[in-house]
Design a protein around this ligand. Structure first.
Ligand SMILES: Nc1nc2c(ncn2[C@@H]2O[C@H](COP(=O)(O)OP(=O)(O)O)[C@@H](O)[C@H]2O)c(=O)[nH]1
Ligand SMILES: [Mg+2]
Length: 408
């Protein structure tokens, strides 16, 4: 209704129309996007594996040192399309088409169907996510994937070819119960790779209803973690803390039999306190977890190890807090974004009404003056008419009656 109203009164600037369309699409899909954001190698992908794919019995999303996610990956359930991986080729960066437009056009994506009954087939298909190829340095530069300074630091000067990811973006439809309930997961690459996809930073992260920021317990909050936090989490959410959680991953690196259970617990609490202080967050939304051990525990059916990995607390937060509040969260976002547009429209309308009222007053004034003048003229005319009438009654041409013009 609001959009119709805007169109009717020609308040349809493209940016606001885009915001409205995004909100409408979000409501239409009724999905909550949960984005995993962190510097590379903090364990985002392993965390997603342990949360969503452990039941397959294998490590589905490729996660290992050096093989970290290079292209943003979206996970959701597409009821009509079934289970698949859709990949957008890296060369699409050369075209001036937005990711949003590509998403509306499935023909531009390479599709690999998933056989959910065959973990090996799926694992094979998921491996494609980290496929790379060699291109010339010029091409890599055009694709935004060549960094002279970084390469020089690694001793690479004027190489013949550069290894680049084959895919720019991946969309995965998978029938996990949480995804079926409307959760959509966004796995992002690290700081450097994020910088080359402005749409991710400017539009996808700000529109995610919830963000899980991942830290590694063995490194604590590093300089690049903080940069990531400031530019990509706080930058996209402002002071909004709702739907924001921090995972302190890799707590297994602190497992130390010599320190004993109490020493270990104290070390975790200390890490949480320090991180909470640096990030200016409540301690309650920082979850110490071991994604790797959780995945292992789930695959092996080891309840004690799963308990030790502390993944359940994070799972409860995701399913109870995030999913159960999904309407509230969506409502909050709609309130905030449409509320802003509406208050702008109200201000504009108020200014127009004020202006119109002033004009009306002026018109009334003119009209009033006109009425006064007409009244005066009417009275004058009436007086003259009476005078003429009086004169005409007394006026008789010699010997003739005026009304009948005969001699009476
Ligand atoms: N020790 C330990 N290593 C982990 C854990 N989670 C992830 N890793 C390792 O950290 C590396 C990077 O993980 P990955 O999920 O690819 O990180 P991403 O770049 O943030 O997506 C891999 O070698 C993982 O095996 C964990 O809980 N404990
Ligand atoms: Mg990754």
């Amino acid at each position: 209704m609001y959009r119709d109203w805007r169109n009717r009164y020609r308040f349809n600037d493209p940016q606001s129309t885009d915001t409205l369309l995004n909100i409408l699409q979000g409501l239409h899909n009724d999905r909550v996007t949960l984005a995993f954001v962190a510097e590379f190698s903090r364990g985002k992908t392993e965390l997603i594996n342990s949360l969503f794919f452990a039941e397959t019995g294998v490590r589905l999303l490729p996660s290992s040192p050096g093989r970290t996610t290079m292209s943003p990956t979206e996970l959701f359930w597409d009821e009509k399309g079934g289970s698949y991986i859709r990949l957008l080729n890296i060369e699409s960066r050369l075209e001036d088409i937005s990711l949003m437009d590509y998403k509306r056009n499935p023909d531009r994506w390479t599709q690999i169907d998933l056989n959910c009954d065959s973990p090996t087939q799926m694992q094979e298909a998921f491996r494609e996510l980290i496929a790379t190829k060699k291109v010339s340095k010029d091409m890599a530069d055009k694709l935004g994937l060549w960094n002279e300074r970084e390469a020089a630091e690694q001793g690479i000067i004027n190489p013949e070819s550069v290894e680049v990811p084959c895919w720019r973006h991946a969309m995965i439809s998978f029938p996990h119960p949480l995804l079926k309930e409307g959760l959509c997961i966004l796995d992002t690459p690290g700081l450097n790779a994020l910088g080359t996809e402005p749409e991710l930073t400017l539009s996808m992260l700000p529109s995610a209803q919830a963000i899980v920021f991942v830290l590694a317990a063995d490194t604590g909050v590093t300089k690049s973690d903080l940069e990531m936090w400031k530019s990509h989490v706080c930058g996209s959410r402002g002071n909004r803390r709702q739907g924001l959680a921090v995972v302190m991953n890799k707590i297994d690196s602190m497992w130390d039999d010599l320190a004993g259970e109490t020493g270990y617990e104290a070390a975790i609490q200390k890490q949480i306190e320090t991180s909470a202080m640096i990030l200016n967050l409540e301690k309650e939304v920082i979850f110490p977890v071991s994604a790797k051990q959780a995945l292992l525990a789930k695959v092996k059916g080891d309840e004690a190890l799963l308990e030790k990995s502390r993944l359940r607390q994070l799972e409860n937060y995701l399913s109870e807090d995030i999913l159960n509040q999904r309407r509230d969260i969506l409502k909050g976002v709609v309130d905030k974004e449409i509320g802003f547009l509406i208050s702008e429209s109200v201000k504009l309308m108020e200014a127009k009404i004020n202006h119109a009222q002033k004009q009306l007053e002026e018109f009334k004034q003119v009209d009033f003056e006109n009425q006064e003048l007409t009244g005066k003229l009417m009275a004058e005319t009436r007086d003259r008419q009476n005078a003429i009438w009086r004169i005409s009654k007394t006026f008789r041409p010699a010997g003739k009656c005026l009304p009948c013009r005969r001699k009476c």
